[in-house]
Design a protein around this ligand. Structure first.
Ligand code: UDP
Length: 264
């Protein structure tokens, strides 16, 4: 990356988008993303998984990365994936922004880029939906919930590099014994308390993710209820249980499989 480029306003090509997935979700979740928002950022989006899947990899234009990480929800396994995401970014992209989302997220790519434009990637910027934890020495500190997506500026990734490179991210997870997203919060600023207060602009948390203005949406069952975006159509909840197809047609009505207005 030419450092001079970092001074210009962010465009889509400046954003690396990594998605954590797993073998069991290739069909159930990733194909839906391929049909929808992946089309808006094909070159930027990379999926990190735990099972080889040549057919899916082909559909993703070679952007399915089979990590050496094991399948499972446990901290070690998920931290292993985040390590792979960070390593891949540093090695192959190293652009202005590193963004992470889960595979049950719909990402409004246009709003994401528009939002990132407002921030300087040469400053330490950490964007996401804030969560509070007391994990470390019972001190409170903020981190961005991984399930809602977060972005780190080029400068912040570079600053975190001593705690990321050579497997050090996964090591940190084990040492601090907190989940991957929480560990990102810890090594991005938790080390020096002042950062937590935003003194150096490190923690520019906001509520831009999963909500207003809409950058990412997710879906899932919680407490026996399906939590998803409440929009009327064009597809009903049987045809489109996650509502992602409906969101996509609302945002990109010209998409081939979206009902044309005269059909509705
Ligand atoms: N995931 C994973 N390995 C697994 C299970 C889940 O990498 O064995 C990923 C999954 O693909 C998703 C994220 O972890 O991107 C969160 O998974 P899920 O939505 O199932 O869990 P929850 O959001 O309820 O924690």
């Amino acid at each position: 990356e030419d450092p001079r480029r970092l001074h210009n306003l962010t465009v889509l090509e400046d954003v690396f988008i990594s998605i954590k997935t797993t073998g069991d979700y290739h069909e159930a979740r990733v194909t839906l993303l391929i049909d929808t928002w992946f089309q808006n950022a094909k070159k930027q989006v990379h999926f990190f998984t735990d099972r080889e899947d040549n057919e899916l990899n082909e559909r993703l234009g070679g952007h399915l990365i089979k990590t050496a990480c094991e399948t499972g929800h446990q901290r070690t396994k998920l931290c292993c994936k985040m390590q792979a995401e960070l390593d891949f970014f540093v090695k192959n992209f190293n652009t202005k922004w590193f963004c992470h989302f889960d595979d049950d997220n719909y990402v409004n790519v246009h709003t994401l880029v528009k939002t990132l434009k407002k921030f300087n990637p040469l400053e330490n910027v950490y964007l996401g939906r804030p969560s509070l934890t007391k994990a470390m020495e019972r001190k409170k500190f903020w981190f961005a919930t991984g399930g809602a997506g977060f972005c780190l500026s080029h400068a912040l990734v570079a600053r975190m590099s001593p705690h990321i490179s050579d497997g050090k991210f996964a090591d940190s997870c084990e040492r601090v014994k907190v989940p991957d997203d929480c560990t990102i919060g810890f090594i991005s600023g938790g080390r020096i308390e002042l950062y937590l207060r935003g003194k150096y602009g490190v923690l520019q948390s906001n509520t831009l993710f999963k909500g207003d203005p809409e950058i990412s949406f997710s879906h899932g069952y919680f407490g026996g209820r399906y939590n998803r975006i409440n929009i009327a159509g064009p597809f009903d909840t049987e045809q489109d249980p996650t509502r992602f197809k409906s969101i996509h047609c609302l945002l990109y009505p010209e998409t081939g499989w979206c009902p044309k207005s005269e059909d509705v």
